[in-house]
Ligand binder design. Sequence first.
Ligand SMILES: C[S@@+](CC[C@H](N)C(=O)[O-])C[C@H]1O[C@@H](n2cnc3c(N)ncnc32)[C@H](O)[C@@H]1O
Length: 221
Amino acid sequence: MNQMKSKLINAIGRNLRKPEATLLGRFVKKNFEKKNGFIELEAVRLCDIQPNHQVLEVGFGPGIGVQAAYNIVKGGEGTIHGVDFSEEMVRIATKRLEKGISDGKVKLIHGDVSSMPFLQSNTFNRIFHCNCYYFWPDMSKAMNELHRVMKPGGVMVTAMNYERVKHIQAEGFFAKVGDPTLDRYLSALDSCGFIEVETKKFKHEKTGDNLVAILAKKSEI
Ligand SMILES: C[S@@+](CC[C@H](N)C(=O)[O-])C[C@H]1O[C@@H](n2cnc3c(N)ncnc32)[C@H](O)[C@@H]1O
């Protein structure tokens, strides 16, 4: 029984990190939509995206944040790129973003944040990611890539319900797949050259969830 429970916990953890095209993967994806959709919207709000901005979301999952960002840039010169290393999430989000993709305003790429040679340096005004950094095995490699592709003066935002993340960790779901310790993220921001790092803690107006967001900037020079 215990062995079965630990197998299930590991399978859920594996799908939280990289959703698969299975029943469990579909269940996890529904959960992202229900539990994380509003966090994605908060990250987009905190990014203060303008219609002419070039925007990147890493680990977009079902694509709710990409959709919200597209709604802002579709009236201007901006574009939104998304990078996710789950083929299943790219497939699901591609359906959601059909219009934006056919307009040429949205580009979804199957790839890993640690190596994004398909993205040019100094490109993005805004980058965001939600519920994702703790799955990056080599935090400096990922952070260096994010810093490389960001425009000087650009801003990166991450947002999460940290209490819930810690609860999921305590239940053992991250044992084999990730480490949400905030300090790992904060010290990588610092060592990879991000500046003006700001941690915001606030209650979400509608859900009452306690959220944590971290904003960081790439120097103008
Ligand atoms: C927990 S889900 C979060 C999805 C969505 N951002 C949300 O908050 O609902 C993590 C997402 O990040 C993606 N991901 C994890 N590690 C990644 C990496 N190294 N590179 C690109 N995507 C990654 C996964 O495929 C998955 O879609």
